[in-house]
Structure formats: structure tokens, C-alpha cells
Write a protein that binds this ligand. Structure first.
Ligand code: SAH
Length: 185
């Protein structure tokens, strides 16, 4: 994380606060995650240099950059085009050649590059999208905030073993913006 210049990921008015351990506003009603939570989620994935990881909710691209420092390849999906385009340009300018960003509803994943060794969701959903479970490789790990409302979310670890059995473990309480999906629930 010391390699990633967090001040490059926030708007000008937030730059004085870039290295504080808290989320900050990035515009469009969205936030850059708190560094502690970025670290915790990255660690829960058990990152390895050969891993291929999917992220849902690019935002400013900070979590994607932290992942790109420790895994082989990152695919990241953002539903707001302005944020996706700004993040892609920023990551390119900072020299991250191993991050691929697209604008889409990430709850259906990115099937073209599946399966993923790790999936990291940085917005909170009511439930775990089945498309993401399908796109997780055997032996893979997914970290996703699950819950309704800002103060009732739990960071959940989903693991798929070699026999494709899926397990869920509930961890830290967190407060993410909502995962907005096209599908009606
Ligand atoms: N990963 C970011 C934090 C992103 S905040 C960081 O490193 O700081 C969550 C982001 O998820 C927002 O930008 C929001 O627009 C996006 N989002 C919400 N629902 C989504 C969906 N269904 N698909 C893709 N992105 C989504």
C-alpha cells in the first residue's frame, strides 16, 4: 500500500486528507474506501503473484491499484461511466498495465475472463450475486459486504473448494455504498 499514491485518487479538495485512515468523497455520491478496509479485504483474498482477480465497484481505482501491486491481473467493473473512464485514465497514467476497467453492472460479473482466483466486491448487496459465485475458480475466494442499509453490513468471505462446494463466513461490520443492480429482487 505504501507504493500506491492515495492522493492521486481523490479530488483536489480531499488531497489534504488523502493519508487519513477514513473514506473520502470522490464525487457522484461515491467514496474511496478507508485504507484499513482496503487492507483487510485484500488480505482476506490471500493474494498471490499469480492470481487473477475481479473487482466490482472500481470507483476511483484505489483498491484495484492496491490489488495490482500484489496479484497478476485485475479486471474491475464500475457502473458509473464517468468514474470508470476517470479511473482507467488515472491507472494508465500511474503505470498500472495489469488493470482492465469497464463500465457495466458488475453483479453479472465479467464472464469473458472467468474463472477468477479472487473476487472483491466494494459495494454492499442484499445477497451474493450467483453470477459471481459461478465465476469463482475452484480454490477461489470472494470478499463481499452483505446487508441492507449502511450500518447493517457484514464483510463476508465466500470460498469455493476443489469440489466446488461453497462456504460463507461472516466477518467485520462495514459501511459501503449500495451495489445497484439492474435485476429486480
Ligand atoms: N473500490 C473503490 C470503492 C468504490 S465505492 C475504492 O477503491 O475506493 C463503490 C463503487 O461501486 C461506486 O463507485 C459505485 O458506483 C459502484 N457500484 C455500485 N453498484 C455497482 C454495480 N452493480 N456494478 C458496478 N459498480 C457498482
Amino acid at each position: 500500500m505504501a507504493h500506491v499514491p492515495r492522493h492521486e485518487f481523490v479530488p483536489r479538495w480531499e488531497k489534504p486528507h488523502a493519508y487519513e485512515n477514513r473514506p473520502l468523497s470522490i464525487g457522484q455520491g461515491q467514496t474511496i474506501s478507508q485504507p484499513y478496509i482496503v487492507a483487510a479485504m485484500t488480505q482476506m483474498l490471500h493474494p498471490r503473484p499469480d492470481m487473477r482477480v475481479l473487482e466490482i465497484g472500481t470507483g476511483c481505482g484505489y483498491q484495484a491499484a492496491v490489488l495490482a501491486e500484489v496479484v497478476a491481473e485485475v479486471w474491475s467493473i464500475e457502473r458509473i461511466p464517468e468514474l470508470a473512464e476517470a479511473a482507467a485514465a488515472r491507472l494508465k497514467r500511474l503505470g498500472y498495465g495489469n488493470i482492465h476497467v469497464k463500465t457495466a453492472d458488475g453483479s453479472t460479473g465479467w464472464p469473458e475472463h472467468a474463472p477468477y482466483d479472487g473476487i472483491l466486491v466494494t459495494a454492499a448487496g442484499r445477497e451474493i450475486p450467483t453470477a459471481l459465485i459461478d465465476q469463482l475458480a475452484p480454490g477461489g475466494r470472494m470478499v463481499i459486504p452483505v446487508g441492507i442499509g449502511r450500518y447493517e453490513q457484514v464483510l463476508t468471505l465466500v470460498t469455493k473448494n476443489k469440489d466446488e462446494e461453497v462456504r460463507e463466513e461472516r466477518g467485520l461490520p462495514v459501511a459501503f455504498v449500495p451495489l445497484i443492480t439492474e435485476q429486480k429482487t
